[in-house]
Write a new protein. Structure first.
Length: 398
């Protein structure tokens, strides 16, 4: 009898996308859905980037260098230098989205059975990448009561074993929006140096910081060989479909190892690289305007949530996500109920249940993640719908 692999059995389904069939069924019934479930912004991709792809006169769409086009890597290095990340193009491998950069890091630095520590809640796909690489995730709980601040270093020490090889940090954080401070990163610097660990730094939302200044893990002194930066154009330029990311490190042995994986997949997408290279020419005004827009959306969402009975939502310092606790018995059940059984003025809301962002069973059961990627008018309408849904949900705990 034919069987699938154990890896395939263990591979988790996306907690963000698992509700898609229910959303599709709701749309067929004529229900409008406010999509606050996924980080797909409605902000326009820069015209300069779209035009670069549109106007390319290419006779043969060739493979690029496995590390990515040199012209792009040089411009990207220039961008990083403006962010106090001092690398050159030889420290960069262009990847197929930030996802491939994360996977390259796992495959290059970790052996099957090794352990990686991650503050939870965390980006759900880290679980999937860990399964692919045969790595064990060791979560450390960060509480909604503290706004999901970095857990005390003592908690990291408790988790470290002879199998621990790395710590992952997402800054600003997905799903919580928490912006880690320089002091928190310095605390991580101390522990990775003491225990000789890698620090994987997912900095996809670097441009979107609202209550403080972004500090890159690449700025940490004395641990340059330990830090692996994972990046993407998806959020920075609202270009999720370009599937272009970057794997960046000063560690030449790690870079050479990652290149073998890059060569095995041949090359990153050509048109995506063209778009990414052109996007580096975007003016600061684009980011200033986008940042102001996200602040307005954040304030609308968080303000409305915290006026609802039984709801608590910390104010996120970056990215475009917020985690909130709701007065419901089960956030997964509630999220499905919204799509199957609820509508208000012909519409409903799609959210991401919190359990999918935790590795520890039972956590996040009354939490959901909101992506404030819609305009403020739509957010207010979505909150009208949500508020009334909470008043009518059969599993309410208010």
């Amino acid at each position: 009898m034919l069987q699938i692999s154990q890896r395939g059995i263990e591979m988790p389904a996306s907690p963000i996308r698992k509700l898609v069939p229910f959303a599709e069924a709701a749309k067929k019934r004529g229900i409008h859905i406010y999509h606050l479930n996924i980080g797909q912004p409605d902000v326009e991709t820069p015209k300069i980037a779209i035009d670069a792809v549109r106007n390319m006169d290419i006779k043969v769409l060739e493979y690029s260098h496995s590390a990515g086009n040199e012209s792009y890597r040089k411009k990207l290095a220039g961008y990083y230098q403006t962010k106090n990340i001092h690398v050159d193009h030889n420290d960069i491998i262009i990847t197929t989205g930030g996802s491939e950069a994360i996977l390259f890091g796992f495959m290059s630095c970790l052996n099957p059975g090794d352990e990686v520590i991650i503050p939870e809640p965390f980006y759900a796909n880290y679980n999937g990448f860990a399964v692919e690489a045969g790595v064990t995730v060791k979560p450390i709980f960060s509480s909604i009561k503290t706004g999901f601040a970095l857990p005390p270093i003592e908690e990291f020490e408790k988790k470290i074993t002879d199998k621990t090889k790395a710590i992952i940090i997402c800054n600003p954080n997905n799903p919580t929006g928490y912006l880690y401070s320089r002091e928190e990163l310095e605390a991580l610097r101390t522990i990775i140096k003491k225990h000789d660990l890698y620090l994987f730094a997912d900095e996809a939302y670097r441009e979107f910081c609202y209550t403080g200044t972004h500090t890159s893990a690449m700025e940490l002194e004395g641990v340059e060989e330990h830090v692996i930066l994972m990046d993407t154009v998806s959020k920075r330029y609202s270009a999720c479909g370009a599937r272009i990311g970057a794997f960046v490190t000063k560690n030449k042995q790690v870079l050479q190892t990652a290149m073998k994986f890059a060569q095995a997949r041949l090359s990153p997408p050509s048109y995506g690289q063209i778009l990414g290279e052109a996007a580096i020419g975007v003016s600061q005004d684009y980011f200033d305007h986008t940042r102001e827009e996200y602040i307005a959306r954040r304030d609308a969402l968080v303000g409305r949530l915290n006026t609802m009975k039984g709801v608590f939502c910390p104010n996120p310092g970056g990215a475009f996500y917020a985690m909130a606790s709701l007065p419901v018995d089960d956030a997964d059940r509630f999220s499905q109920w919204l799509l199957e059984s609820w509508e208000y003025e012909g519409a409903t809301v799609m959210v991401a249940p919190g359990t999918g962002f935790y590795s520890t069973p039972g956590l996040g059961k009354n939490e959901v993640r909101f992506a404030y990627v819609l305009n403020t008018e739509s957010i207010h309408k979505a909150m009208d719908c949500l508020e009334r849904a909470l008043e009518n949900y059969p599993g309410s705990t208010k």
